[in-house]
Ligand binder design. Structure first.
Ligand code: NAG
Ligand code: NAG
Ligand code: NAG
Length: 700
């Protein structure tokens, strides 16, 4: 619901633009459009595109991901730009390693593919805070994504920086580079009404600002019915086929998103699996309806390293995509779509330049026929019914499985049927092969995170602080502490904590008395603990966010953390609270080689306690197969390898079926040395590290 899975472009034509195109047809690097398709160097073209987000894999993985996308029949790689990763502090930029955008685009160029650049800079993308850096939140008077001078100033500054960076590397098609399309903003239609007139003036400004950047290639705004000229308004919705009003000017092609496939997964939820046959059916139908640009969101999802994921989103991102989290080909999806792409490409000129007619073949069957001349003809035979049927097309019988489309590039021979997966592409099982076990106490060292008392905290307020503006995205954690002051002891009472995100662990005098958590769709949750409180006791409440929210209007107003605390009905919300931002272990970075030597690690005890750091070392498994950690025996926390965050894990939050949402956690090969790799975990609960294994991944 948050993210487009498909971009589809098609229909409507423009004489005006055709004439403009004709005039420039011979100029190298010209990208424009008419009602039929994008036009690149004067050629109409059908484009298959796939989303791959550079920070969700590593530069070492990029060449192979792009090569497999190309081999799978893609023409375009689409990516968002991640502002929060590129400018973590105002004015301090990071374009290194996984953030090396120029290197990523040059790699795509080197392999001969095009790029669609979704600049945003608000991107959503299940990325924490929708990709906005948190320091924006502290700019006085700022309101995001509306006609607000502070926001517009920073948005323009960042968009300009990205465009200039692309220009200096000659990466726009107008400069001979691979970028054929750019996007400004993202699904603004979802929130525009909430901003009243300022919403429409903002979007007019955004369009003007983007066009003023002079990229020399077209811009799109998705889900933006009033996208100002010359922005192409794209539709992103479940029902674009019926609700999209179409282009908002005769000079624009219709680009729409249909049928999002919700491949992203939240903790506590199952993986959404959409079959290869279903995807192929809808893509083929779209091409039959004169679509010319299809984007797979995601083609490779990858990994939400470190704390990149937004609220409750799993560390694995779109693992069910044609390339799995580790970049391995997922069958039958990858191969089936590759065959679809090849079948469409084999008749693309007929589709682009032919005349379309639609012929009924039965109650739920029809043919989309494209005829260019008496000899050139291509057809899509669709069966939208739920039963297999035999249809007659040009006096020849064709078998059409239920909900399927056959592609006949010559109007005679079936090159592809969306419902029939060839044996070559048959599903293969992914297997995780344990290589290293950490099953003895000697392999582990432990460090107990201190549980601060009120006296240990220096930040004080007579109210409950908002976690987001207090922690400023430097950690998932905020400690709320108070001293229970009441001469009359309340024995056997209940401590009730209302929290707005996302996990709570309650301690009394250093002993865990209860835990609770919310879920993706909940705004808040209540944790009730039975406690015996007497005068002077220390109550320490650890609140953890699991990524910040990424969608909705007025994101700058969103808050997290504790909202009210009651003991046996008595309100302690507005009494003296002490705060500690983050964990001691985080401050000392004890997950790094240098940081780990700053504290005294102890030996592993069989009685595991909550809030414990664990460390061990291991050698890299031989070979090149992807490496993953099986954390199935753990509860909730974060993991690091050689100082690099491999993400949040959460095994104790089960799906409705009673399974963890994500058991395996990717360690890219490039994070590893051949020997002596440092693995550090911070475990909030009482998981058992002795059952962790390091596995390699194969398909069999
Ligand atoms: C959307 O996709 C679902 C399955 O993913 C399919 O059953 C449905 O027919 C599709 N709807 C449209 C309007 O394409
Ligand atoms: C509270 O005290 C009662 C008896 O006084 C005891 O049974 C109970 O276990 C105590 N609860 C906790 C959480 O310590
Ligand atoms: C609460 O913490 C303070 C400071 O650490 C300590 O002096 C006090 O004894 C604690 N209270 C109880 C009941 O343990």
């Amino acid at each position: 619901m948050l993210i487009p899975s498909w971009w589809w472009c098609s229909s409507s034509s423009s004489l005006l633009l055709l004439l403009t195109v004709a005039a420039f047809a011979t100029v190298h690097g010209t990208v424009t459009y008419d009602g039929r398709s994008l036009i690149i160097d004067g050629q109409h073209t059908i484009l298959f595109s796939g989303s791959i987000h550079y920070p969700r894999s590593t530069p070492e993985m990029w060449p192979n991901l792009i090569a497999k996308a190309k081999e799978g029949g893609l023409d375009v790689i689409q990516t968002y730009i991640f502002w929060n990763l590129h400018e973590p502090q105002q004015g301090q930029y990071n374009f290194n390693g996984r953030n090396d955008l120029v290197r990523f685009i040059k790699e795509i160029q080197a392999q001969g593919l095009y790029v669609t650049l979704r600049i945003g800079p608000y991107i959503e993308a299940e990325c924490t805070y929708g990709g906005l850096p948190l320091w924006l939140h502290d700019i006085p008077g700022i309101i995001f994504r509306t006609d607000n001078n502070q926001y517009k100033f920073h948005m323009e500054r960042f968009a300009t920086k990205i465009v200039n960076m692309m220009k200096s590397a000659n990466l726009f098609a107008s400069q001979g580079g691979p970028i054929i399309l750019s996007q400004i903003e993202n699904e603004y239609g979802n929130v525009e009404k909430a901003y009243h007139e300022q919403g429409s003036s903002y979007i007019r400004w955004a369009a003007q600002m983007a066009v003023g950047l002079q990229t020399g290639v077209p811009w799109v705004m998705c889900k933006q019915d009033d996208a100002p000229d010359p922005m192409i308004n794209a539709c992103n919705s479940m029902k674009c086929g019926t609700t999209f009003k179409g282009p908002n000017s005769p000079n624009k092609p219709s680009i729409w998103t249909e049928n999002w496939t919700s491949f992203y997964q939240a903790f506590g939820e199952k993986a959404y699996i959409r079959s290869a046959e279903d995807i192929a059916y809808h893509v083929a139908l779209f091409i039959a309806k004169k679509g010319s640009y299809v984007n797979y969101y995601m083609y490779h999802g990858g990994t939400n390293f470190d704390r990149l994921a937004s609220a409750y989103i799993t560390t694995a991102y779109y693992d069910e995509a044609p390339l799995d989290e580790y970049g391995l080909v997922r069958q039958p999806k990858w191969g089936h779509l590759k065959e679809l792409h090849a079948a469409v490409k084999s008749c693309s000129d007929t589709l682009l330049y032919g005349t379309q007619s639609i012929i009924a073949l039965g109650a739920e069957q029809q043919a989309y026929v494209f005829r260019r001349s008496s000899t050139e003809c291509a057809a899509f035979l669709e069966n939208s019914g739920q039963e297999q049927v035999i249809v007659q097309f040009q006096n020849i019988p064709y078998v059409l499985p239920r909900s399927s489309i056959s592609i006949l590039p010559d109007c005679k021979n079936v090159a592809f049927n969306s419902g029939m997966v060839s044996t070559e592409n048959k599903a293969r099982m992914r297997a995780m092969i344990p290589q290293i076990r950490f099953n003895t106490a000697e392999k582990w060292k432990v460090y107990a995170e201190a549980i601060p008392n009120f006296d240990d905290t220096t930040l004080r307020e007579n109210k409950l602080l908002d976690q987001i503006s207090t922690v400023k995205d430097t950690s998932d954690y905020l400690w709320y502490t108070f001293r229970f002051n009441d001469k009359s002891a309340i024995v056997q009472s209940s401590l009730s904590v209302l929290s707005q995100g996302h996990v709570l662990h309650a301690f009394v005098n250093g002993v865990l008395v209860g835990s609770g958590h919310g879920m993706r769709d909940s705004r808040s949750f209540i944790t009730e603990c039975n406690v015996n409180l007497t005068n002077g006791m220390n109550v320490s409440l650890l609140s953890a966010t699991v990524g910040l929210h990424s969608s909705g209007a007025y994101l700058e107003h969103r808050i997290a953390g504790l909202r009210s605390v009651k003991v046996q009905g008595r309100d302690f919300t507005n009494q003296a609270w002490g705060y500690q931002v983050g964990l001691q272990g985080e401050k000392l970075q004890i997950y790094t080689d240098i940081g780990s030597s700053k504290v005294q690690w102890g030996s592993f005890q069989s009685s595991v306690k909550p809030l414990t750091w664990y460390q061990t070392t291991f050698d890299a498994p031989a070979g090149n197969d992807p490496v993953v950690l099986n954390l199935g025996s753990m509860g909730k926390g974060q993991a690091w390898v050689n100082g690099q965050g491999i993400g949040r894990y959460w095994l104790s939050f089960h799906t409705p079926n009673g399974d963890p949402s994500q058991k395996w956690y990717h360690i890219p090969r490039s994070f590893l040395k051949s020997t002596g790799n440092l693995l550090v975990l911070f475990e909030e609960e009482t998981g058992n590290p002795l059952e962790i294994t390091l596995d390699t991944v194969i398909y069999q």
